[in-house]
Structure formats: structure tokens, C-alpha cells
Design a protein around this ligand. Structure first.
Ligand SMILES: [Zn+2]
Length: 283
């Protein structure tokens, strides 16, 4: 998948020694070993990543790409002029690509407070609005980078419900007292509810019938690939449900059978499969 709005990097495997060619709407520049580091810097500048994470990624990706080039891969910087299907080719290697337009949704996060047994208004989530810029940066990397799906922060604020809702928060409490506090100006509202025992996914639920709202636990008890953060994976998972719903979910996808990728009920990761990329960008 190639975003229409800026240059992208594509690696063709087993293509060394061949002159690359591009299909309709694409223009390409081959990047040699000496240019990899600068090309990655330009590419990563498109993501809202903070200094140390960006340097870490730049180092990891640079090492991986140099290894691929040493093993017969070629790295291309690809610009596109219009959305749709096209291809890249070098020798006998041909790679189908799809140029997508960005989807930008406005997102609001609401941090639940309610009354304890003594009638004190207290937060029930340990998450805090100060964490939100990092979540958006993670989402940019996961869904922006892999699927050209982006989230712009509208608001991050507490929501105070003047009654005892119990813990964990369940479907009934959510439907009756919480969902109505969604941000009507945002495309999607995520409620941080602390502990969640609602239907659907273990650590969170996307509700279509309540108007694009998500309930999300602080510590989703889901299995993820080592090194991935279950909270971020669950946030991305529920937002994928939102985007599929927004796109009309033409393929009737709810969860995928793929292990170690996003949107399954097995062991999840932040990887967006090509199948899911297409479902999120139904031309
Ligand atoms: Zn799900």
C-alpha cells in the first residue's frame, strides 16, 4: 500500500541487478546503500514520532533494509499521482501495489470518573490525558503507516458520572449512563473505563448502535506478540472495527484468522495484513 499524499519506500526482494520499472501513476527512484539512512529519515519525518523512538526505528529499519539489499533486494522511493492499483517490476519480480487516499478521523478520549461507595467522585482509570499524544503517535505508526488511516485528536478530558457504576464497568452501565457523553463533534469517542467486562473483545468493545463509541480497559487481558503493548493493540483493534464500519465493511469482516497480526482473537500484534489493508481502503 502506497499513500498518495507523500513518497513511500518499497523493497523489492530478489531483484538485484535489474533496472526497476513502475506502472501507471507511479514514479520511482532507486536508493543505493549509501542513501538508505537519509531516505529513512525523510520517510520517518512523515510520522509524529518522538526523538528516541524515531532513532530506534530508524536504526532497526536501516539494519533490516541493508540486509535485504545485501541479499538481492532493491529499495525504491515511490511517488504517486493518483489512487488505485498499479505495479512495480524489476527483472522477473513484479509487485502489485495499491495507492490509497488518506482517511482522517477525529477522535476524542474520555477518562471515566464516578462515585465510590462513600459518594466521592474518583477516576476509575489509571490512564491520563497526558498519555494521549503518545497513543496518537503509536496509531500513526500502526494504522497510518500501514493502512493510510489517521486519527486527529479532538479532545482528551475527564467525564464525570454522578452515580456509582461499579467495577468492572459492564455493558448495561455503559449503555445507560456513559455512552451518551460521547463527543458529538468527533468521529469516534473512546471511553477509558478502567476495568471492562462488556461483550465482544476482552479488553474493549466498539459499539455501532450507540454511534461510534468504544469502551476500553486499562489493562486488556489479551495475548500479544512479545514486545507489543496490549493496550495499544486493543486500541488499534477497536479503531479498526470503527473504520471497517465507517467504510461499510463490504467484506463483512469481524475478525481475521491470522495469528500474530491485528484484528484476531488469538495472539495479536500491530501488523496490518495486506487483506486488512484492502478492507480498510475499499477503492
Ligand atoms: Zn474485535
Amino acid at each position: 500500500m502506497i499513500p498518495i499524499q507523500r513518497p513511500s519506500l518499497v523493497l523489492l526482494r530478489n531483484a538485484g541487478g535489474h533496472w526497476p520499472a513502475a506502472g501507471p501513476g507511479l514514479s520511482i527512484t532507486q536508493i543505493d546503500k549509501a542513501g538508505v539512512s537519509a531516505a529513512l529519515d525523510r520517510y520517518l519525518a512523515g510520522f509524529d514520532l518522538t526523538g528516541s523512538r524515531r532513532n530506534g526505528l530508524s536504526g532497526e529499519l536501516g539494519t533490516a533494509i541493508l540486509l535485504e539489499i545485501a541479499n538481492g533486494g532493491i529499495l525504491l522511493s515511490v511517488d504517486s499521482r493518483h489512487a488505485g492499483a498499479s505495479w512495480l517490476k524489476a527483472g522477473r519480480v513484479r509487485q502489485e501495489v495499491y495507492v490509497s487516499r488518506p482517511l482522517v478521523s477525529e477522535i476524542t478520549f474520555k477518562f471515566l470518573h464516578h462515585l465510590d461507595e462513600r459518594g466521592n467522585m474518583l477516576p476509575v482509570t489509571h490512564k491520563d490525558p497526558a498519555f494521549v499524544p503518545e497513543w496518537i503517535s503509536d496509531l500513526d505508526w500502526i494504522l497510518g503507516g500501514q493502512a493510510n488511516v489517521w486519527f486527529e485528536l479532538q479532545k482528551a478530558e475527564p467525564v464525570k458520572i454522578n452515580r456509582q457504576l461499579g467495577s468492572p464497568v459492564n455493558d448495561v452501565a455503559f449503555r445507560t449512563y456513559i455512552a451518551q457523553h460521547k463527543d458529538a463533534l468527533a468521529d469516534v469517542t473512546v471511553f477509558l473505563v478502567g476495568k471492562w467486562s462488556g461483550s465482544g473483545h476482552a479488553g474493549g468493545t466498539f459499539f455501532t448502535d450507540l454511534g461510534d463509541v468504544i469502551a476500553l480497559a486499562d489493562k486488556p487481558g489479551i495475548p500479544v506478540v512479545e514486545g507489543n503493548n496490549p493496550f495499544i493493540v486493543t486500541l488499534a483493534h477497536e479503531l479498526v472495527h470503527y473504520v471497517l464500519h465507517f467504510r461499510g465493511n463490504k467484506r463483512n469482516i469481524h475478525h481475521l484468522p491470522d495469528q500474530h497480526a491485528l484484528l484476531n482473537k488469538l495472539v495479536e500484534s500491530t501488523v496490518v495484513t495486506p487483506f486488512l489493508q484492502q478492507a480498510l481502503n475499499p477503492g
